[in-house]
Design a protein around this ligand. Structure first.
Ligand code: NDP
Length: 248
């Protein structure tokens, strides 16, 4: 692949899938900035450990569900004299309950963190990407945005919305050399899943044809390709990687 060095921003890049994506982009030769939630001391320690392993990542605390917080992030990145070429909107949460038991607060926070964050962060970096006539935006959705999932009306709605956002924006910015794509992973071995009850997790794995959870590095390699020079003709796509659990 081409070795042009770009600058990438990965939201929620301090653990799970985001951390794997940050490392894959760094391995591809890019400068990588990650975000974590504000005041997360574990993330600061994680960044120091990455530096010891040769991954020179920069981290900022930001609440991606809050527009003002993301504005501060953009200001900080500007003050540090950096410009974002590759944006990976990865931060996300679940708050599961059937609709009958779902609180309004858990509906709101899931929509704000998984969907409003796409607007909050992308809005701040899209204009400069278009001016430079090169950009890559990768939005992380989920298998459950396509197939729906019992107990996840909030999460399934937000993740379905992510792909609608992708398709609309892809049309708006294509002529300016900016691509916008969605990646929809199936079930992955990250904290989001491994904190689940063992019997529930075992039942999920039974429904995956390849017979196992996905590894974050497998999704990260796909994201690194979409962010590359070579992927310029791919835009508005939703790429599923889910072990065959949902074929569409
Ligand atoms: P994790 O729970 O392991 O990590 C979530 C990340 O998002 C953390 O870095 C967290 O930061 C960050 N984050 C959460 N809320 C906010 C917020 N308000 N502002 C800023 N950052 C925030 O999740 P995964 O790595 O498993 O998931 C990553 C993405 O992949 C999500 O969008 C998820 O929906 C999607 N996905 C995951 C699947 C899975 O099976 N794991 C399957 C399909 C999609 P902090 O550490 O500071 O809390």
């Amino acid at each position: 692949m081409s070795n042009i060095k770009r600058t990438a921003l990965v939201t929620g890049g301090n653990r799970g899938l985001g951390a794997a994506i940050a490392r894959a982009l760094y391995d591809a030769g890019h400068t990588v900035i990650i975000t974590h939630t504000p005041g997360n001391s574990k993330a600061v320690a994680w960044l120091a450990a990455q530096a010891d392993q040769g991954y020179g990542l920069t981290g900022y605390g930001v609440d991606v569900s809050d527009f003002r917080s993301t504005q501060n992030l953009a200001q900080q990145i500007h003050l540090d004299d950096r410009q974002i070429d590759i944006l990976v909107n990865n931060a996300g949460i679940t708050r599961d309950a059937s609709l009958r038991k779902l609180d309004k607060a858990d509906w709101d926070v899931v929509l704000r963190t998984n969907l409003d964050s796409m607007f909050n962060v992308t809005k701040l970096f899209i204009e400069p990407m278009m001016e430079r006539r090169w950009g890559r935006i990768v939005n992380i959705s989920s298998i459950n945005g396509s197939k729906g999932q019992f107990g996840q009306t909030n999460y399934s709605a937000a993740k379905a919305g992510v792909h609608g956002f992708t398709k609309a924006l892809a049309q708006e910015v294509a002529r300016a050399g900016v691509t916008v794509n969605t990646v929809s992973p199936g079930y992955l071995a990250t904290e989001m899943l491994t904190t689940m009850r063992e019997d529930v997790l075992a039942r999920i794995v039974e429904t995956i044809p390849v017979g196992r959870l996905g590894q974050p590095d497998e999704i990260a390699a796909l994201v690194a390709f979409i962010a590359s020079e070579e992927a310029a003709f791919m835009t508005g796509s939703n790429i599923a990687m889910n072990g065959g659990q949902h074929m569409c």
